[in-house]
Write a protein that binds this ligand. Structure first.
Ligand code: DGL
Length: 276
């Protein structure tokens, strides 16, 4: 099936998942929407994040996607069951894959989750990890609200970023875990700084690779993989195009990416509401 896979995030974070999709699913077309106009989602209520997530999914439905990846932990925590209920196409999030990846590498099942305020408050990782480890794992979580603004500003590779990362993580005792989950899709852009801060014994997990394995499995299960050539990758932002474009260019192996502004309500209104 030639139709694209929809990918959403509050901003540029989901590009970390798109990067893996580009490499590991070379035939699949992608439509990405970053909701930069309303970023960050982290401090917002679960209800508000859920309503934004449904709106993004609805706009993508009108643009003709065959499946949706919620490449945002905050939105996955707040809205995965709601969105899955509302649409007919298959939908996956990033929290189950991230939890699975962490348990695969952790030797002592002591895991720290770095995430947004919303993700940490939801305790979605704690539940997923405890369920997968039959209650054995020890999970701690730290909200890092200063990370997303640095990434959105494109300042992830600066001395200030290093400072903010070190200051935020200084409350953790790295003897109490062997694995750290980057529980926000923006954080892999700060991976170097996070890696440099922790001792080498701490494994750092991004959910992107595991998420893409789930995308692949889902495409096969539904028999909707694309077998033809000539895939396309389109980027939309609800916010400023130029900053978004710079990060796409820096982060993805795409020359001259095209980023367009999108008005979600205009797309939805143009086709009429089609929610189940
Ligand atoms: N990238 C998102 C996440 O994975 C959201 C960050 C935010 O908007 O606060 O949680």
């Amino acid at each position: 099936m030639k139709a694209p896979i929809g990918v959403i995030d509050s901003g540029v974070g989901g590009l970390t998942v798109v990067r893996e999709m580009i490499e590991r699913l070379p035939k699949e077309s992608i439509i990405y929407i970053g909701d930069d106009a309303r970023c960050p989602y982290g401090p917002k209520s679960p209800e508000e994040v859920a309503s934004y997530t449904v709106e993004l999914a609805e706009a993508l439905q009108h643009l003709g996607i065959k499946m949706l990846v919620i490449a945002c932990n905050t939105a996955t925590a707040a809205a995965l069951p709601i969105v899955s209920e509302a649409f007919d196409f298959p939908i996956i999030g990033v929290i189950e894959p991230g939890s699975r990846a962490a348990l695969q590498v952790s030797k002592n099942e002591k895991i720290v989750v770095l995430g947004t305020i919303g993700t940490v408050k939801s305790e979605a990782y704690n539940r997923a990890i405890l369920r997968r480890s039959d209650g054995r794992a020890e999970v701690q979580a730290l909200a890092c609200p200063n990370f997303v603004p640095i990434v959105e500003a494109g300042e992830y590779d600066t001395p200030q970023a290093k400072e903010v990362v070190a200051e935020t993580l200084s409350v953790l005792d790295s003897d109490t875990f062997d694995t750290a989950i980057l529980g926000c899709t923006h954080y892999p852009l700060l991976e170097k700084q996070i890696r440099d801060y922790f001792p080498p014994s701490v494994e750092i997990i991004s959910s992107a690779v595991e998420t893409v394995k789930d995308v692949d499995r889902t495409l096969r299960a539904f028999g909707i993989q694309n077998k033809e050539s000539g895939r396309t990758i389109r980027f939309y932002t609800t916010g400023e195009r130029s900053e978004f474009e710079e990060i796409v260019e820096d982060w993805l192996p795409i020359e001259r990416p095209v980023v367009e502004h999108i008005n979600l309500q205009a797309v939805i209104r143009s086709k009429g509401r089609t929610l189940r």
